[in-house]
Write a protein that binds this ligand. Structure first.
Ligand SMILES: NC(=O)c1ccc[n+]([C@@H]2O[C@H](COP(=O)([O-])OP(=O)(O)OC[C@H]3O[C@@H](n4cnc5c(N)ncnc54)[C@H](OP(=O)(O)O)[C@@H]3O)[C@@H](O)[C@H]2O)c1
Length: 296
């Protein structure tokens, strides 16, 4: 319809779902993608190729010129706060009228948890720029379950350093739907609103494994592993040290009960109940049943 909504991360988890959601609402967005990735989003959006890490400030401003709103998403990255600050400054310079930022539940500029601190600092930077913005703070994504498939195949188990934590995981399609509602309407309230996005229930990982078992038609257990062993496995899989540490910090917050809150924000923004984990697990069934391996 118009080239008004700019979307970052359109080839990623939330962004892919967001471009589809916007297209369904009659909006063909401008997808700001890494050079060479234009074709991956062309079905639903007009690609503009820009390297969010390598481009200079002017390049970012040029890419955002003429856009009324921006979906601000950056990847898990050691300097995510800096990436977000540069993008937010460029949005302000380009005259973008509303920024919808993906943050994380627990965001706090003073947090000892890297990801929470990065998002807290980025939120603070946005507030200081004075342009209208809205913050989405999702809990852990259900789609992270794809990372568990290797140990489900090899050990018949979801293996995490999560103890008896309960987590109200959210489906990225609900995050995308919430973002689409915000991007296609005026900024809510006075601006600066924060929405904590969660799924409909807080589940322990034994419950999660039971849902995957039911969906996949095979027994899948949950094994609580010590953080040091989880770190070893991540390093063996090629995860860099900063990312290993960041993930362990997040699991420690889950164990401390900081990810079990359940909110009504998805319904408030989209008018629909958030998807339950069992529905997500059912969609994962074909991948679960294709997994070869010893099983339990
Ligand atoms: N995972 C969770 O459970 C969770 C929970 C709460 C909050 N979050 C937050 O959610 C955000 C991540 O969302 P997501 O999972 O949807 O992201 P994602 O799937 O990791 O996708 C990252 C996107 O950024 C793009 N990108 C990376 N580097 C780029 C560059 N230099 N130039 C242009 N584009 C680039 C990627 O493009 P390519 O496809 O080309 O690489 C991809 O589209 C992070 O801010 C994270 O802190 C995550």
């Amino acid at each position: 319809m118009s080239r008004e909504i700019a979307v970052l991360g359109g080839t990623g988890n939330i962004g892919r779902a967001l471009l589809r959601e916007l297209a369904g609402l009659g909006h063909r967005a401008v997808a700001l993608v890494r050079p060479g990735r234009g074709p991956a989003v062309a079905q639903y959006a007009d690609p503009v190729e820009v390297d969010m890490e390598g481009a200079d400030g002017d390049g970012l401003v040029r890419a955002l010129k003429g856009c009324a709103s921006l979906f601000l998403l950056t990847p898990f990255h050691p300097r995510q706060d800096l990436l977000q600050r540069r993008l937010a400054r460029a949005a302000a310079a380009a005259g973008v009228g509303h920024v919808v930022k993906v943050s994380a539940l627990g965001a706090d500029p003073a947090s000892p948890v890297l990801v929470h601190r990065q998002h807290g600092l980025a939120e603070q930077a946005l507030a200081r720029l004075g342009l209208p913005y809205t913050t989405l703070r999702p809990n852990a994504f259900m789609q992270n379950a794809a990372q568990w498939l290797p140990t489900i195949a090899s050990r018949g188990a979801v293996m995490l350093p999560a103890g008896r934590a309960r987590v109200s995981m959210v489906d990225v399609r609900d995050v995308a739907a919430a973002a689409a509602a915000l991007l296609t309407g005026p900024p809510p309230g006075q601006g600066g609103e924060v929405y904590e996005l969660t799924g409909p229930e807080a589940l322990g990982y034994a419950d999660v494994a039971a849902a995957l078992s039911a969906a996949g038609g095979r027994e899948i257990r949950y094994l609580d592993v010590p953080p040091a062993r989880a770190a070893e496995a991540m390093r063996a899989g090629g995860v860099p040290d900063w990312a290993v540490e960041a993930r362990l910090q997040l699991y420690a917050t889950y164990v401390a009960g900081e990810a079990e809150t359940v909110t009504g924000a998805v319904k408030e923004l989209t008018g629909r109940e958030p998807r339950p984990f069992a529905a997500f697990a059912a969609e994962l069934a074909p991948r679960l049943s294709k997994l070869k391996g010893e099983g339990p």
